[in-house]
Design a protein around this ligand. Structure first.
Ligand SMILES: [Zn+2]
Length: 60
């Protein structure tokens, strides 16, 4: 089963959705198991509109 993780800033000027349709346009990056080369999940790294200090990683 694949895991979706969103890394979002908490102190940004906009609220970030736990979705790839978030207005900041997060880019998804596949993560694979080096032993099996099977994709085990996707990390979406959101883009802060200004330098943010507090970030949170959450999975759906
Ligand atoms: Zn976002």
């Amino acid at each position: 089963m694949q895991k979706i993780v969103h890394v979002r800033p908490l102190d940004d000027v906009i609220g970030h959705e736990e979705s790839h349709e978030c207005p900041c346009g997060p880019t998804g990056k596949g993560v694979s198991n080096p032993a099996t080369e099977k994709v085990v999940g996707v990390i979406f790294h959101h883009h802060g509109l200004h330098p943010c200090h507090e970030w949170e990683a959450s999975s759906l």
